[in-house]
Write a new protein. Structure first.
Length: 124
């Protein structure tokens, strides 16, 4: 415990967490980041297994919170920007469906937070 939050140490390093963004990452930011990064990482593996080549994947998250219920997160929309050539929309849709089923963070919150996805393909 610190004066304005908490500090936790993991194998990779130290993380400051606080309800005040001046003093650390806010808890909701960490939750959303976990869902987004887990999904992005699983999507990378799925695309590679499908032998679909890409240059980069950018994940943007839009969060909806309910102020009336302790400002809880009700919805997370993930938008994937996949940069690469010769990517089929149909194959990327299938890859996202597999991603959703195999992302441990999405599966951990799916009963309490509405998770939606969209994507766009950009040529490199």
């Amino acid at each position: 415990m610190k004066e304005r939050g908490y500090e936790t140490t993991f194998e990779y390093g130290t993380l400051d967490i606080s309800g005040d963004a001046e003093f650390g990452f806010r808890p909701f930011q960490l939750l959303v980041s976990s869902v987004a990064v887990c999904s992005g990482g699983v999507l990378r593996k799925v695309l590679e297994r499908m032998r679909l080549s890409y240059e980069n994947i950018d994940v943007k998250a839009k969060v909806t919170r309910d102020e009336k219920e302790a400002n809880k997160i009700t919805d997370i929309h993930l938008h994937f920007i996949i940069i690469g050539n010769n990517l089929s929309e149909e194959k990327v849709k299938k890859a996202l469906a597999v991603t959703r089923k195999n992302c441990s963070m999405v599966q951990s919150v799916i009963e309490s937070i509405n998770i939606t996805e969209s994507f766009e393909i950009q040529a490199q």
